[in-house]
Design a protein around this ligand. Structure first.
Ligand SMILES: Cc1cc2nc3c(=O)[nH]c(=O)nc-3n(C[C@H](O)[C@H](O)[C@H](O)COP(=O)(O)O)c2cc1C
Length: 186
């Protein structure tokens, strides 16, 4: 697949099956992520890979987040939270590790860099015929989850990248007219 075709045709896959990406596939994905644009080379990112029992630990954190919000939360709600990470054989949390006192690189730029890294993970997954989906949901912003994953106060959880083998048909790509989004000053 040439680079432009990849950029034009990447799409998300919500239905994901095992096996999880191989070590080689993951290495190619992380190498792509580490090429994200990065002002002053701060490397403002951190990745946590969850698979197997790790997915259960992540689900437990999601359940704890529910409990902190509502100490009387019903079992169905807690079990629903526990099951969320099980929608894929692997999840990668992408964290913006923010340097707060960097005068030339505002925090938003560092978070954008981590977002670019997340996009590169998606692209490199697609290039290797893997399925992937970027999710946040309430848990990406939850203090219990942040604490459990060791985020510092200034860090951001940019997203959870769900990964696996595509388990469904790719959705039809939307057609957009670039003219609707571009203005030209000449
Ligand atoms: C930061 C971010 C967070 C997202 N969070 C969710 C989410 O929690 N749940 C969801 O269904 N889609 C979420 N999405 C959207 C999907 O990842 C996906 O981009 C969307 O369904 C469109 O599909 P496409 O990537 O094939 O165009 C998120 C996207 C971004 C960029």
């Amino acid at each position: 697949m040439d680079a432009l075709t990849l950029l034009h045709e990447r799409s998300s896959m919500g239905k994901l099956m095992g096996p999880a990406p191989s070590a080689e596939q993951l290495e190619a994905m992380y190498r792509a992520a580490l090429r994200a644009p990065d002002h002053k080379e701060l490397r403002p990112w951190r990745f946590i890979e969850f698979s197997g029992a790790g997915l259960e630990r992540l689900g437990e954190l999601f359940a704890q987040a529910e409990l902190r919000e509502d100490p009387h939360a019903e079992d169905a709600r807690l079990n629903g939270a526990r099951k969320k990470p099980q929608r894929a054989p692997m999840v990668i949390a992408v964290i913006a590790r923010v340097t707060p006192d960097e005068p030339k690189v505002p925090q938003v730029e560092q978070i954008l860099s981590a977002g670019c890294a997340a996009h590169s993970l998606l692209l490199a997954a697609h290039a290797q015929d893997l399925g992937a989906m970027w999710r946040t949901g309430q848990y990406a912003f939850d203090p219990t989850v942040h604490e459990g994953l060791g985020l510092a106060e200034e860090d951001a959880l940019v997203g959870f990248i769900y990964l696996g083998q595509p388990g469904g048909r790719p959705r039809r790509l939307p057609e957009h007219d670039t003219a609707d989004f571009v203005e030209r000053w000449t």
